[in-house]
Design a binder for this molecule. Structure first.
Ligand code: 5CA
Ligand code: ZN
Length: 419
């Protein structure tokens, strides 16, 4: 899968601090990477109705981590995926009478344009579910051979020429702790699993929470050669495990996404990594949910603000990025016209403040931005530091020659905001 062009990263004076990040599993703040190579997997989109502000907010959050790591002198290996075949994509294509491949291709391209406009650094490894199918097949076979997965008989009409080869499910009971969510009863956990793409009621499973690894061919659904697994398509969680393994290995620093991926997706993906012999991600990092009119922005509900629509309206993507950065990545927040208007005003103010040749010394502000980012990606604090420099520059002026240039290059390199 092709990524998008990398934005230019200006050189800036000094070096960033080691980044600490909140781990959702332990609730602790930990060193994000011991270096010298930092590894991150951010779950990519399912390409329909992309890119809404919720997606944008999640990718911008972890783009800050990427930038802060680079600034701290680490080499970053960043991997991501595109879920270019899955139930919700197929359902949307059939509901709108579109070919699922065209829908996926079109929306993946639109996402790349949006990420380019928002100055998000592209992943180094970017793989689609479809192009990864041969690796999924061998990986699922490994799990079956190890006795960590099992086959579930199919309903009549499924399975093409080999209906005797069932769907394959992972056995969650192998990994103690999987599926026991803090604060939720077993029934509530099962309900959440169903709400987020799981099939707890499927007859023949050993445990309601067992996730599908390989779904056999069904009439009217696309399917691929699965060798000894029989024709079919990959399950969702194994897709990310396999793509992470191909790009980063089975033990890596951070797996990230929006908070709705915490369970079951990230929990199951990490369990698959362990079943395959790795440790999985050392940290799971989750961004808060962006809402519109009081409800989480989601493709299935359709309450969306699309980045491409804002761009069509002539809104500067840097203002959109700044609107996102005004919120801490772990908080839930609401997209409103006022949020955008205040970001547009802030961008204007910053641009006026850097328009001269002299200004207040920028180096203390650069250090404040770096400290804020190293402290669990505290973008709002970084923005306040730039606001203070801009206020001083506009009201008092300043005598340090070149300071506006240092400030604007730093805001570009660290926050991805081009002034
Ligand atoms: N393809 C899978 C991940 S492997 C997927 O969840 N795709 S997605 O298109 O539904 O979401 C892409 C990313 O955007 C995920 O990290 C998801 O958690 C995040 N996301 C979706 N809606 C919101 C929202 N309203 N606020 C914040 N992040 C969101
Ligand atoms: Zn994923």
């Amino acid at each position: 899968m092709l990524t998008w062009p990398a934005p230019f990263l200006p050189a800036i004076p000094g070096t960033g601090f080691p980044v600490h990040l909140h781990d959702s599993v332990t609730g602790r703040r930990v060193l994000a990477s011991a270096g010298p190579v930092a590894t991150m997997y951010v779950c990519g989109i399912t390409p329909y109705d992309a890119t809404h502000l919720g997606h944008a907010s999640t990718y911008i959050a972890f783009d800050l981590l990427h930038r802060a790591w680079l600034d701290a002198g680490l080499t970053v290996h960043y991997a991501s995926n595109v879920t270019d075949v899955d139930d919700p994509l197929l359902e949307r294509a059939s509901a709108t009478g579109t070919d699922w491949r065209s829908l996926a291709t079109e929306q993946t391209a639109l996402f790349a344009e949006d990420m380019t406009a928002l100055a998000v650094l592209p992943p180094h490894t970017y793989l689609g579910a479809v192009e990864t199918i041969p690796t999924v097949v061998t990986t699922v076979q490994r799990l079956l051979d190890a006795g960590l997965a099992y086959r579930v008989p199919l309903e009549d009409g499924a399975g093409g020429d080999h209906p005797e080869l069932g769907d394959v499910y992972a056995d969650v009971t192998i990994d103690p702790g999987t599926g026991s969510l803090e604060g939720l009863t077993h029934d509530e956990t099962v309900a959440l699993f169903a709400e987020r793409g799981g099939d707890p009621q499927r007859a023949g499973k050993r445990d309601p929470l067992d996730p599908a690894l390989w779904r056999r061919e069904r009439p009217g659904e696309p399917s691929w050669d699965g060798g000894a697994l029989g024709t079919g398509r990959p399950g969702w969680h194994i897709e990310c495990t396999v793509i992470a393994e191909r790009s980063l290995g089975l033990s890596f620093d951070v797996q990230a996404g929006g908070r709705d991926l915490c369970f079951p997706h990230h929990e199951m993906s990490a369990a698959h990594c362990r079943a395959l012999g790795g440790h999985g991600p050392r940290i799971q990092a989750h961004a808060g949910m962006v809402a519109l009119d009081g409800t989480k922005m989601s493709k299935s509900l359709g309450n969306l603000v699309l980045v491409s629509r804002l761009r069509e309206r002539g809104i500067d993507p840097m203002a959109v990025r700044l609107a996102v950065l005004a919120h801490h990545y772990r908080s839930d927040w609401e997209w409103t016209d006022e949020v955008l208007a205040s970001a547009v005003a802030r961008l204007d103010r910053w641009r006026s403040a850097v328009s001269g040749n002299g200004g207040p010394d920028a180096l203390p502000t650069v250090e404040e931005i770096r400290r804020a980012l190293a402290d669990d990606l505290d973008a709002p604090a970084a923005l306040r530091a730039v606001d203070a420099w801009a206020d001083a520059s506009l009201s008092l002026g300043g005598t340090v020659e070149g300071a506006p240039g240092v400030l604007s290059r730093s805001v570009d390199a660290l926050l991805g905001i081009r002034l």
